[in-house]
Design a protein around this ligand. Structure first.
Ligand SMILES: Cc1cc2nc3c(=O)[nH]c(=O)nc-3n(C[C@H](O)[C@H](O)[C@H](O)COP(=O)(O)OP(=O)(O)OC[C@H]3O[C@@H](n4cnc5c(N)ncnc54)[C@H](O)[C@@H]3O)c2cc1C
Length: 460
């Protein structure tokens, strides 16, 4: 009998054991009132790490304060309570810790601890299967999953929590460059191993660039760091203090240009009251999905073409200490920022020659010893290097979301929509795959709500 002849059964299959999948499992265990069998599929050996929380390095900080990172919508201080309970920061006061940005690795520890507790107290049973799901065939009664080993599973309900795929380096022949010369920013140990006297280039100037820069600095890098990106905008810093107090509701019905104009006005008002512009972003933060959905398709396209980069640096901010460290390196000249589009990378005598063209044409090629791909999350469904996503699209079980971003899902229930726009009632999606539908669907404040909703529907 081959592996594919064996078909195992479960009530709920969760595909992906990063933060989002673990949040779904946690909520399903808490909500189950009978002996359900929940299977969580994750190829990595550790749960809850995914991409963001897999870093072991203390300089990689959360970009959301501790007080807002609870896994549980009904217990907003739960992450804070966990850090206090394990005495992760001896001597730090509760209030100071709530406003602080903790090392990201602690967040995976927290989710693992809460999952274990929920499993011990639940009527349901959680089975972790360390394998990737390569295929999903939704059916009226049962959903069939195929694992990389060929093993088959039948599930009553499925939640897809496949998370983030990295964009490939945007140059032809990138995959043929010598191993060790091109490192992904999410290879946290690999980046640190590049530290030394040689010059390096980082492609991309967002959050993953900041991760790489602080890792290199903390590993004692002495060479120059060239940061190349089309807009060369660096992430901006958080600021202490709360949200502004204006009523954000009228923004929802406004077209894009008016929204942006009114927001700039609120930022000026905030400044007049001695508040930083960040207070305005905090005020509209909970409305991210409504702001996106309130734009018509043409305005969403305009936003993606003209405003998204400016939006991203204001919305996805970094801890002040990370920002300060990047800033010091730039002021010292060790970090050099280039507004340029990458063309080719050549290998010459063991070094890389990076060719690009600047906004105004000319750009002298850079000689570097290695290159870091920090181009970030791939949001276009058809370009995602996840075999399951590609199988769902190829078989018509899914279609790209609005503007080709992520997979299309129903707004209310997060159900996967097929090629004809029909929902699969037993297949729900959480997290970044919903970006086209919701836009704000990446960070824990959104994921914990989606996970609770998906788990409730699945165990009902
Ligand atoms: C570098 C970085 C830092 C971040 N920092 C923060 C932060 O401080 N605060 C915050 O709120 N958000 C942060 N985010 C946003 C982050 O995306 C979410 O908080 C969260 O980590 C997303 O978890 P996820 O499970 O959806 O995705 P991922 O972390 O990408 O995990 C997805 C998991 O699914 C598995 N998987 C994928 N496909 C399959 C398959 N076919 N079969 C089985 N398993 C599969 C993968 O192996 C992976 O473990 C950060 C994101 C990044 C990239």
């Amino acid at each position: 009998m081959s592996a594919s002849d064996i078909s195992r059964q479960c009530d709920l299959a969760i595909v992906g054991g990063g933060a989002a999948g673990v949040l779904v499992a946690l909520q399903a265990l808490r909500g189950a009132s009978r002996a359900l069998h929940i299977a969580l599929f994750e190829p990595a050996s550790a749960l809850a790490q995914g991409i963001a929380y897999a870093t072991p390095w203390p300089e990689h900080l959360l970009n959301v304060p501790v007080g807002k990172m609870s896994a549980l919508p009904d217990a907003p201080d739960d992450f804070l309570a966990y850090l206090l309970q394990v005495d992760a920061f001896p001597g730090r006061s509760r209030d100071a810790l709530a406003a602080d940005y903790a090392p990201r690795r602690l967040y995976a520890d927290y989710l693992q601890a809460r999952l274990e507790q929920a499993g011990a107290a639940s009527a349901a049973r959680l089975e972790v299967v360390h394998a990737a799901v390569l295929g999903l065939q939704p059916g009226p009664q049962s959903q069939q999953l195929t694992l990389a080993s060929g093993e088959q599973w039948q599930a009553r309900q499925v939640v897809l929590a496949c998370g983030n795929s990295m964009r490939p380096l945007p140059v032809p022949g990138a995959e043929a460059l010598p191993p060790g010369k091109v490192v992904d920013a999410w290879d946290y140990d690999g980046v640190r191993l590049l530290a030394g006297d040689g010059d390096l280039a980082i492609i991309g100037s967002g959050l993953s660039m900041a991760d790489s820069v602080v890792a290199l600095a903390n590993a004692g890098h002495r060479g120059r760091i060239h940061v190349l990106s089309r807009h060369a905008l660096l992430p901006l810093a958080h600021a202490h203090g709360g949200a502004a107090t204006f009523d954000p509701q009228p923004l929802l019905a406004m077209p894009l240009r008016q929204k942006l104009r009114v927001l700039r006005g609120h930022a000026r008002d905030a400044a007049a009251q001695g508040l930083p512009w960040q207070a305005v972003m905090e005020r509209i933060r909970p409305l991210g999905q409504a702001l996106w959905r309130g734009l018509d398709a043409a305005d969403q396209r305009r936003f993606l073409r003209h405003a998204v980069r400016y939006w991203d640096v204001h919305r996805h901010r970094i801890a002040e200490q990370v920002h300060a460290q990047v800033d010091v390196l730039e002021r010292s000249g060790q970090l050099q920022r280039h507004r340029a589009r990458l063309d080719t990378v050549l290998v010459l005598d063991g070094t890389l020659q990076v060719h690009a063209h600047g906004a105004n044409g000319g750009f002298a090629p850079l000689q570097v010893s290695a290159l870091i791909n920090a181009t970030g999350v791939e949001t276009r469904a058809t370009a995602m290097r996840n075999p399951l996503v590609q199988q769902l699209l190829a078989d018509g079980h899914a279609r790209p979301g609005p503007h080709g971003l992520g997979l299309d899902t129903s707004v209310e229930h997060g159900q996967l929509l097929d090629a004809n726009g029909q929902p699969h009632p037993a297949v729900q999606v959480v997290g970044s795959l919903r970006i086209g539908t919701l836009w704000e669907s990446l960070a824990i404040p959104e994921l914990r709500g989606q996970a609770q909703q998906a788990a409730r529907a699945a165990v009902a």
